[in-house]
Design a binder for this molecule. Structure first.
Ligand code: TMP
Ligand code: ASP
Length: 234
């Protein structure tokens, strides 16, 4: 598949056109940012790990009936995906209290939730991805009621499938972020699923094996990505 022009560059990925208007190439960079890009750095070979991890997870989900934008991995840093009209909402699913939820409600990290919690944020770097609710999303016309229902159903289904998958690899899926978009009128899961977008803790020790190692300067950042890749891809 021939790479055309770059039409979007985000904090961790670049998107290129192809000669098929329905397909684009998603290129994974090593750049890492946190706290709305106030903290910047590079995680060596992160792009290669995230490309491989996303390939495995999208393939798993697709096989279980979750429509994803993934078509195939092209090389170390590129995957071919369906071109989506992105719905400007970040969808977060939480199984344990961590990160911004711990901070906002003054709760201890690791506190269990009696059922998974679904959160929505408006995808806007300029505003720092503020939290919104379904009423905002409907009122602002970002998605229809049917699309929101489908997004919630898919997000909880993804949680069930990934929780089990990671559990079998001795990892606790604490929380994660998903993005969705439309393609020929249907809702698809887009973006990537990797240690940038998931919190993963080692069972037993609760050691963090995700981007929190970079956000919080915990050290051995590359090792964590490599270890998750090893467990996911083997
Ligand atoms: P949070 O606790 O900081 O709100 O993060 C919840 C989950 O969402 C966590 O797994 C990391 C992921 N996430 C992203 O993928 N992108 C982001 O910009 C943020 C803030 C979080
Ligand atoms: N990716 C987000 C940013 O730069 C935040 C994060 O993942 O913590 O700013």
């Amino acid at each position: 598949m021939k790479r055309g022009e770059a039409f979007y560059e985000g904090k961790a990925k670049i998107l290129y056109t192809t000669d098929d208007p329905d397909l684009i190439i998603q290129y994974f960079k090593d750049d890492a940012t946190a706290f709305n890009a106030q903290k910047r750095g590079t995680i060596r070979e992160k792009g290669i790990f995230n490309n491989k991890i996303s390939e495995v997870l999208f393939t798993l989900l697709e096989g279980k009936g979750v429509p994803t934008h993934f078509v195939r991995r092209l090389n170390d840093r590129e995957m071919l995906v369906r071109r989506l009209e992105i719905i400007p909402v970040e969808v977060i699913v939480r199984n344990l209290v961590a990160g911004s939820l711990a901070k906002r409600l003054g709760l201890e990290e690791g506190t269990p939730l009696s059922r998974p919690v679904l959160e929505h944020c408006y995808k806007s770097d300029a505003l720092g991805d503020p939290m919104v609710n379904e009423s905002y999303i409907l009122g602002l016309g970002w998605a229809t009621e049917a699309e929101l229902r489908e997004i919630a159903r898919l997000a909880f289904r993804v949680n069930e499938l990934l929780k089990e998958f990671f559990d079998q690899r001795n990892l606790i899926l604490v929380d994660f972020k998903l993005e969705f978009g439309r393609h020929h009128g249907k809702v698809y899961l887009g973006d990537e699923i990797c240690p940038d977008t998931c919190r993963l803790w080692e069972k037993g020790t609760l050691e963090k094996l995700d981007k929190d190692r970079f956000r919080r300067d915990l050290g051995r950042v590359e090792d964590a990505y490599q270890e998750v890749c090893r467990r996911v891809c083997s």
